[in-house]
Design a binder for this molecule. Structure first.
Ligand SMILES: C[S@@+](CC[C@H](N)C(=O)[O-])C[C@H]1O[C@@H](n2cnc3c(N)ncnc32)[C@H](O)[C@@H]1O
Length: 269
């Protein structure tokens, strides 16, 4: 159960069906079963402008954080290793592309995302970059991964987990599909831990981002959700605990840009 559902549990007394449990959709409380549809609407709306909006919203910082994540992963460059990574909520394939290129095209990446519009943009990008032989795009849900146990050497998820209605379930699935010795890496917006920066970041997030979204895409609401969902996500320590609860060991995290983003790491041992 997420922090939000636990905290809000009293709102629907006596309910047992997890899909009826309250959860957050940005600052709104919705039923867990409703959240995925609302999230999917957001990403259908932003898919074709997703990459440019990422640059505008983060001032290009998301590229540095993603590069740093791939450096930590250090995908092998030796040929013939058969090393496979699953990038969940992989959207337009940003992380998978970086991983495959960093390995000199020696690793195989599977991008899984629930949203066909995001995957279509990703597939198109991979085709144009000549990476279609190294990256496979699969539609599916992080909570119910369509892969057998112990299939992958690494599981990555960037700016995706906070959108998933049942985060503990997605973390248990991550653990299930990893081989022994496999690595879990999650990049996500987190809690800013620097005075002053937190105020500047708040002002930029709540005012500028929805306004930029409206100017670029004609609709600021999806960006309001994206900002609010960041504030509802558990902080670094709490999320590390959730990763441990899913069975991962040697769980650590590092902050990027004062905690605007954080990279969590865990191992299946
Ligand atoms: C902010 S985007 C991140 C995309 C990409 N990882 C990146 O860093 O650029 C979040 C993605 O999570 C996906 N998503 C949301 N809920 C999901 C779920 N339950 N299972 C799989 N993907 C999901 C959305 O469709 C969207 O593509």
């Amino acid at each position: 159960m997420t922090d939000e559902t636990a905290a809000a549990g009293a709102a629907y007394p006596g309910t047992r069906d997890p899909r009826e449990m309250p959860t957050s959709f940005g600052f709104r409380t919705v039923r867990e079963g409703e959240k995925q549809g609302l999230v999917n609407d957001v990403f259908h709306k932003v898919a074709t402008r997703y990459d440019i909006m990422n640059d505008l919203m983060s001032g290009g910082m998301h590229r540095l954080w993603k590069d740093a994540m791939v450096s930590v992963l250090a995908p092998p460059r030796q040929p013939g290793r058969g090393w496979r990574v699953l990038d969940v909520a992989g959207g337009t394939g940003d992380i998978a592309t970086r991983i495959v290129e960093r390995s000199d095209r020696q690793v195989e990446a599977v991008v899984l995302d629930i949203n066909g519009s995001m995957l279509a943009v990703g597939q198109d990008r991979a085709d144009k970059a000549g990476l279609a032989g190294s990256i496979t795009f699969t539609q599916g849900n992080a909570e119910v991964l369509p892969f057998p146990d112990r299939t992958f050497d690494a599981y990555t998820i960037a700016f995706g987990i906070r959108n998933v209605p049942d985060i503990p379930k997605a973390l248990r699935e991550a653990h299930r599909v990893l081989r022994r010795g496999g690595r879990f890496l999650c990049l996500e917006f987190s809690e800013v831990e620097m005075p002053v920066l937190d105020k500047v970041y708040d002002a930029f997030s709540f005012h500028a981002i929805p306004a930029i979204g409206k100017a670029v895409t004609g609709d600021g609401d999806p960006y309001k959700y994206l900002v609010e969902s960041i504030r509802k996500f558990p902080n670094q320590d709490r999320f590390a605990e959730m990763i441990r609860e899913a069975g991962f060991e040697k769980v650590t995290f590092r902050n990027y840009t004062g905690g605007i983003a954080a990279l969590h790491s865990g191992w299946k041992l």
